[in-house]
Design a protein around this ligand. Structure first.
Ligand SMILES: NC(=O)c1ccc[n+]([C@@H]2O[C@H](COP(=O)([O-])OP(=O)(O)OC[C@H]3O[C@@H](n4cnc5c(N)ncnc54)[C@H](OP(=O)(O)O)[C@@H]3O)[C@@H](O)[C@H]2O)c1
Length: 247
């Protein structure tokens, strides 16, 4: 059947696949025909994701991505890939006077150094096929101050957007494309259970022209576009998916 967005036969590695956007991306990629390799730290939740995938060629590898040995072990488990989704990450709300070097280190280790080092190792070890596609999951927080106290998080995502552009140019001769998706607020564990009340969330949602937060599928579909051959001429791009909040 004609489908320029198909991922049929592509091997795709997805980090942060035990929850939220990464989990939904893994499910949707498998439905689009990909063989998916999923990774995260929590074995139980990662196994649950694996059980939700279409097809029989999917696999999981546990890894703490801030640990160099575990990163290298993950790379060893991979023969070659056609797509890479760097989704693992975490949030932090910290007003500027309380944003110590330790807090920057904590967030940058997960949101910036881990995905960049994983990509570097995969490139160095020639595990990315010609014409493969890399998608960093960034945030609108890298470009706009979407809510107060998110400066540490925003800085980690701004650094990702910048690195993405340099990688896009440097890897273009190998026909490897590199892009980001930049979501607004999405209903996942990352935004739940914090200090923000339901009432505050409702008020915040009102700022969105489309009057709702995103769902993980909203982001997964954008990632699928960037992984597919439909975006063969798209590289160095930040795809904002935010219900219009940054218009
Ligand atoms: N939700 C939003 O509003 C929103 C908006 C913009 C951007 N984003 C970005 O989207 C990405 C996914 O977030 P989400 O909302 O889906 O959050 P989530 O539901 O909390 O999922 C985060 C994922 O990252 C993994 N992870 C965290 N630290 C890790 C580490 N040190 N090593 C390995 N894996 C780690 C977690 O797995 P384990 O705990 O099993 O390791 C989990 O699978 C993040 O990069 C986030 O910054 C989210």
């Amino acid at each position: 059947m004609y489908n320029p967005f198909s991922l049929e036969g592509k091997n795709i590695l997805i980090t942060g696949a035990s929850s939220g956007i990464g989990q939904e991306t893994a499910i949707q990629c498998s439905k689009m025909g990909a063989n998916v390799i999923i990774t995260a730290r929590n074995e139980e939740r990662l196994k649950e994701t694996l059980s939700m995938l279409n097809g029989v060629s999917n696999k999981m590898v546990l890894a703490e991505l801030t640990n160099q040995e575990e990163l290298e072990n993950l790379v060893e488990h991979i023969e070659y890939i056609d797509g890479l989704v760097l989704c693992a990450g975490k949030g932090m709300t910290s007003p500027f006077p309380f944003s110590t070097r330790e807090k920057y280190d904590e967030i940058f280790n997960v949101n910036f150094f881990a995905p960049v080092e994983l990509l570097r190792l995969l490139v160095k070890k020639k595990k990315l096929q010609k014409c493969s596609s890399v998608v960093f999951v960034s945030s609108i927080g890298g470009n706009v101050s979407f809510s107060l106290g998110n400066g540490v998080y925003g800085a980690s995502k701004a650094a990702i957007d910048s690195t993405m552009k340099f990688c896009a140019r440097e890897l273009a001769p190998k026909k490897i494309r590199v892009n980001t998706v930049n979501p607004g607020m999405v209903n996942t564990k990352l935004i739940q259970g914090g200090a923000i009340s339901d009432e505050q969330y409702k008020l915040d949602m009102e700022k969105y022209p489309l009057k709702r937060y995103g769902e993980p599928q909203d982001i997964a579909y954008g990632i699928i576009y960037l992984l597919s051959d439909a975006s063969a001429w798209v590289t160095g791009h930040s795809l904002v998916i935010d219900g219009g909040v940054t218009i």
